[in-house]
Design a protein around this ligand. Structure first.
Ligand code: SAM
Ligand code: SF4
Length: 329
């Protein structure tokens, strides 16, 4: 292996979030606009190119990759990509983030292909509210997906992600916590980030981690824990339960100083910061199969990784104009 990747502020970058598609079968209000224009297929990384991106980053010392999107399970051939990524020497953890809708069909194949962990998004347990938040999603399908994932992976390798929405699901947060505890899975509550003009106000529906904690403490004994999963979540424990309760608080607890990650979009753009517009286009080097050029570009991009970002809820189009689904959240 070459020298491990570091950015200009001495932070070691060991985690890649790789988007395999910008498409999705849902249109969550905080993530996408109702009428999305997706990229033409020829502009999307082929599975071979995804593998080349991953191999190059692993060669540079990245040891954790999360496949994301859009919805990664709408991408054909995903279990096959997982199996091939698992063959990369030096890759310690391979994870996936999914909305769960396709997991009844794919959970078993993903486990067999060697995927280590799955995060599943779940914002409501009320079918009508779920449909409203996701603009058309069917809750039953996702609940079946969660059960299929638990059957295939076991509950300790599953985490639920809930984006907190004031007036959207905030009253349901205790019920979502009880659901996670009942299933023995972890859950993270995420503060909304203002990304892209989705046709929904990120500001007026913002619900903070502090408000959620106060709310959950009325019914549960939450004890702060020093555990880390290597990401921005701060964890809490509830006596008598295996589940960890995480809070991801980009507004109230900026986590940039320990940032260890970068993102590659389905179009081959390298984003070194979630909250900044800047990117480096890896596609020409990828299409040319130029591994050395690719490594050089990645090192140069990392040297210019911003120190930090601040989200600003006052801007209608979001702190950054691109949608979360385009970035690979
Ligand atoms: N489609 C998959 C899913 O929904 O899990 C993976 C991609 S999605 C962009 C990844 C994660 O980003 C999900 O947990 C989603 O809830 C979260 N997300 C999307 N937009 C967000 C926003 N504006 N603020 C905070 N989290 C967001
Ligand atoms: Fe699709 Fe995930 Fe975005 Fe929802 S959060 S629209 S499921 S990509």
């Amino acid at each position: 292996m070459n020298d491990p990747l570091h950015d200009g502020f001495g932070r070691r970058v060991s985690y890649l979030r790789l988007s395999v598609t910008d498409r999705c079968d849902l249109r969550c209000t905080y993530c996408m606009s109702e009428k999305m224009q997706f990229l033409p297929r020829e502009q999307i990384l082929s599975l071979e190119e995804c593998l080349l991106v991953a191999r190059t980053f692993v060669g540079l010392g990245v040891d954790k990759i999360r496949l994301t999107g859009g919805e990664p399970l709408v991408r054909k051939g995903l279990p096959d990509l997982v199996a091939r990524l698992r063959g990369l020497e030096g890759l310690r953890e391979l994870a996936l983030t999914s909305n769960g809708s396709q997991l009844p069909q794919f959970a078993q194949a993903l486990a067999q292909a060697g995927l280590h962990r799955i995060n599943i998004s779940l914002d409501s347990l009320d079918p009508a509210a779920y449909r409203r938040i996701t603009r058309g999603g069917e809750l039953d399908q996702v609940l079946a997906g969660i059960d299929a994932a638990i059957a295939a992976f076991g509950c300790r390798r599953i985490k639920l992600n809930t984006v907190m929405l004031h007036g959207g699901n905030h009253e349901e947060l205790p019920a979502l916590l009880r659901f996670a505890l009942g299933r023995g899975v972890d859950i993270s509550f995420i503060e909304q980030m203002p990304m892209g003009e989705t046709g929904h106000s990120h500001a007026s529906s913002f619900h903070s981690s502090a408000d959620a904690q106060a709310q959950l403490m009325r019914s549960h004994q939450l004890i702060p824990s020093l555990e880390s999963s290597g990401g921005p979540a701060r964890y809490w424990r509830i006596p008598g339960h295996e589940s960890r309760v995480g809070f991801i608080s980009p507004h109230t607890h900026n986590f940039c100083s320990s940032c260890n990650r970068v993102r590659v979009s389905a179009r081959g753009e390298l984003f070194t910061c979630l909250g900044k517009e800047g990117m480096v286009d890896l596609m020409p080097a990828l299409r040319a199969g130029d591994e050395t050029g690719l490594s050089d570009l990645i090192r140069q991009a990392l040297a210019a990784k911003p120190r930090e970002h601040r989200f600003d809820l006052s801007q209608a189009q979001g702190t950054v104009a691109r949608f979360m689904s385009r970035t690979g959240g």
